[in-house]
Design a protein around this ligand. Sequence first.
Ligand SMILES: Cc1cc2nc3c(=O)[nH]c(=O)nc-3n(C[C@H](O)[C@H](O)[C@H](O)COP(=O)(O)O)c2cc1C
Length: 207
Amino acid sequence: MKVLGISASPRLKGNSDLLLRQALAGAESAGAKIEYVRLAELKISPCIECNACYKTGRCVIEDDYQMLIQKVIDADRLIFATPIFFMAVSAQAKLFIDRCQCLWANKYVLKKPPITNDRPLGGRRAMVIAVGGSKSKKMFDSIRLTMKYFLDCLDMHYQANLFVNKIDTKGVIEAHLSAANEAYRLGRDLALPATPLSEKPFDVELI
Ligand SMILES: Cc1cc2nc3c(=O)[nH]c(=O)nc-3n(C[C@H](O)[C@H](O)[C@H](O)COP(=O)(O)O)c2cc1C
């Protein structure tokens, strides 16, 4: 069981990053092999909408995207953590997500088989962590929608969300014990093969 954690915050040990580390610790406690990647340390250019991928299913831009998408394809589980920026995912997250347009093309234009390496859809699952500073709850709507379509392109079942609001200053999430506990629990459950597939994402909202 390989679990990949992608941290989309520009802040090292920012709030979403710390929750991701808790979730990965939970996955490791369930026996998974974990890997952590920080988008802010990678060079990922924006999608240039050249549509070359409509012919090949592959992105023509050679940068760290190519390495990261291979890790995502090889993973059995994905934990994607983002801060809320202007009611949406961070810029670092959006750069990576948009480059996955080639997977959309692979699936819906070229109608090629899924990129699941012969593993069934339920075998590849993902959870999302998002943290916002304000008391708004609406900001999580945009995360749900973006991640639904993103995970569909990745052929990953959208298993769970952990959403936390009113968390702003860097690192204050460390004092939020229930958020840390939920991240650990959801990460562990995600990595346990016996955890039933959720019909729609199982939500934990600490708001
Ligand atoms: C550019 C920017 C935009 C932000 N936009 C929002 C927002 O729309 N709603 C909100 O609740 N918080 C917003 N915030 C606050 C962050 O979501 C908050 O500080 C969060 O804890 C950051 O998570 P991180 O430490 O994982 O990066 C914004 C912060 C920045 C820097």
